[in-house]
Design a protein around this ligand. Structure first.
Ligand code: NCD
Ligand code: ZN
Length: 342
């Protein structure tokens, strides 16, 4: 097989930033994906219908037509169920994002105690609005590599018992524990998977020295976990779908005494995922992972149009507009060559 043509895919988790950075990075996402779920962790975060609408307009101005940003709202301790339901009913946002306070970049205004947002979660459960979850505890006593697994026990499992019909996306899963939890939960619980967590284990952070460009949150885990995440991603299960978590930071912000978490993978995301599916002998499941499972979970129509990847070298630049991309300096064995519109 020399080319691979799939239904046009969607990215179910991306950070497009704002201002000058938005203009640089958004076109890379729009080039490959018809739609993307845009994370709300701006500074200040997107918490109101009005700010989400304005942000959506800035994104469309940066990408042009042919790309649909799907907005999210950022949950805080002060989340107002009426405002959140209003944005959903007016088709401004599609999901609400739970960041435990302090878990990651721009999460200072996140939720300090899940009980504070129970009224909002009850409302979301009733109206069928998705909760997308950054699944890590922030307790400093918990080892950073255990924070996802501990989150399942302390927060997520109780949440699914309290709100059994709430639609939940466990974002950017990194562990066997998360893969098992999602697989064994009901059909209203799903997960996104990033390219970096399919390619990297935690050794990548320390390969020959400290590697800030391999650092994101949740941090990469042991090889055993990477293998488990690869297995579910490529299994064909409808509970697992593409979410790049592309999270650009300038080179200076990454290469610092306190480097930012986040990997900019948007420019070669499809090539990166395709490489993994091929290595796993699972290219037949690639289209469903990239273009079907997420849309079905969110209750959206599948895209028209296609993209085509060819078996050709993609030379990943060492830097793109001041940002070091994922796979910088590497050659990938696939290249996106065509894009048939609707
Ligand atoms: C994200 C960012 O930079 O906004 N960083 C990351 O490492 N993934 C935030 C997030 O999704 O955790
Ligand atoms: Zn993210």
């Amino acid at each position: 097989m020399q080319t691979l043509t799939i239904r046009r895919p969607d990215d179910w988790h991306v950070h497009l930033r704002d201002g000058a950075m938005l203009k640089v990075v958004a076109p890379y996402t729009a080039r490959q994906f018809a739609r993307a779920i845009v994370m709300p962790n701006l500074d200040p975060p997107v918490t109101s219908v009005k700010t989400a609408q304005a942000y959506r307009e800035r994104i469309v101005a940066a990408t042009g037509d042919g790309f649909t940003p799907l907005m999210t709202c950022y949950l805080t301790d002060a989340a107002n169920p009426d405002e959140i339901a209003r944005g959903f009913e007016q088709n401004v946002w599609i999901a609400a994002k739970l960041y435990p306070a302090g878990a990651t970049t721009n999460s200072a205004s996140g939720v300090t105690d899940i009980r504070l947002i129970h009224p909002t979660l009850a409302r979301m459960e009733r109206i069928g609005m998705v909760l997308s979850v950054h699944g890590e505890v922030t307790d400093p006593e918990v080892d950073v590599f255990d924070r996802e697994a501990v989150f399942i026990d302390r927060v997520l499992a109780p949440l699914t018992r309290e709100f059994p019909a709430l639609k939940i996306v466990f974002e950017h899963i990194t562990t066997q524990d998360a893969a098992d939890f999602v697989r064994d939960s009901g059909p209203n619980v799903a997960a996104t998977i990033t390219p970096q967590h399919l390619h990297l284990n935690r050794n990548a952070l320390f390969a020959g020295g400290l590697r800030p460009h391999a650092y994101c949150l949740p941090v990469a885990k042991r090889e055993q976990h990477r293998i488990a995440v690869r297995q579910v991603a490529t299994s064909g299960s409808a509970k697992f779908f593409l979410g790049t978590d592309s999270a650009p930071h300038s080179r200076e912000a990454k290469e610092s005494s306190c480097g930012c978490a986040g990997i900019f993978n948007a420019p070669f995301a499809l090539e990166s995922y395709a490489t993994v599916f091929e290595e796993e002998g699972a290219l037949e499941h690639f289209e469903a992972f990239a273009s079907e499972h997420g849309a079905r979970f969110y209750g959206l129509p599948l895209n028209e149009g296609t993209v085509t990847l060819a078996r050709a070298a993609s030379q990943v630049p060492t830097e793109i507009d001041g940002i070091v991309p994922f796979h910088a300096g590497e050659t990938l064995g696939w290249r996106m060559v065509a894009d048939e519109g609707v």
